[in-house]
Design a protein around this ligand. Structure first.
Ligand SMILES: [Zn+2]
Ligand SMILES: [Zn+2]
Length: 257
């Protein structure tokens, strides 16, 4: 991912609270479109305006071509608060983040995230690299907010099951079961995207527990009941794949080498 600096210049007197709110709404709109990622945007106040630091999937992520209606509205909100549209400075590649997928149009996609990832939850099936959300058809009301919120919920459940101190079982169920609220919501988005792109979009079901390795290997696809064990793990994560149901999963982490 790319670290960028946004400079919001004041062109008329503005109250701090009004400017803060307008910048906050603008950053939230960019985030809902996948143009910026993560949750924290360190922002400084200077003599002539404000400077925010954001992580973007690509150097061109903040180009107006990728803006949603919501981003454009939020830009109007900046003007009303006495601020100019931000000047963007690309600072460079951030060291600890995933590289964005190189494909112009990936052949197939996978919904995959974890509590450690700040990148897009939609990955190219060939490179397993994150695909910027603004490059995909809008799945919510003109932007990708539903997908971003699904990712937040997935990551929150993943964090709970990793920490294992509260709500561990409920969280694991949401990540693992085909009929959990989280899976149903995520699959609906994946199916909508698959329909719009006319390409497969796989949904990942997390797997933990089980009674033995043999039983885990024989676990049928929870969608169709068919055989879905792969001969080799795919991208080092997926041991199961059902092309019919467009589901992928791992051998239970309790039994995996
Ligand atoms: Zn790719
Ligand atoms: Zn299936």
């Amino acid at each position: 991912m790319i670290l960028c600096r946004l400079q919001f210049e004041c062109y008329q007197d503005t109250r701090l609270a009004v400017a803060e709110e307008a910048i906050g709404l603008y950053l939230a709109a960019l985030r809902d479109q996948g143009q910026i990622q993560g949750r924290e945007f360190p922002t400084l106040m200077g003599d002539s305006g404000f400077t925010a630091h954001v992580l973007c999937p690509e150097p061109r992520s903040l180009h107006p071509d990728f803006a949603s209606d919501q981003v454009q509205q939020a830009e109007q909100g900046l003007h009303q608060a006495g601020l100019l549209a931000p000047r963007v400075k690309v600072l460079g590649q951030e060291l600890f983040s995933d590289e964005t997928d190189p494909c112009a149009t990936p052949e197939a996609l996978i919904f995959f995230t974890s509590f450690l990832h700040t990148c897009s939850p939609v990955r190219c099936a060939e490179h397993f690299a994150p695909v910027p959300l603004y490059r995909l058809p809008a799945l919510s009301n003109g932007d990708q907010k539903q997908l971003v919120q699904w990712q937040e919920d997935w990551q929150a459940c993943d964090q709970l099951q990793m920490n294992g101190s509260v709500l561990q079982h409920a969280a694991t169920r949401e990540l693992s079961e085909l009929d959990s609220d989280l899976s149903r919501r995520g699959r609906k988005l994946a199916q909508r995207l698959a329909g719009q792109l006319a390409r497969p979009v796989y949904y990942y079901l997390y797997r933990l527990g089980g009674t033995s390795l043999t039983e885990e290997k024989n676990r049928p696809c929870p969608g169709c009941g068919g055989h879905w064990l792969l001969t080799e793990p795919w991208h080092g994560v997926f041991d199961f794949c059902c092309p019919v149901c467009q589901l992928v999963s791992n051998l239970s982490w309790d039994w995996r080498d």
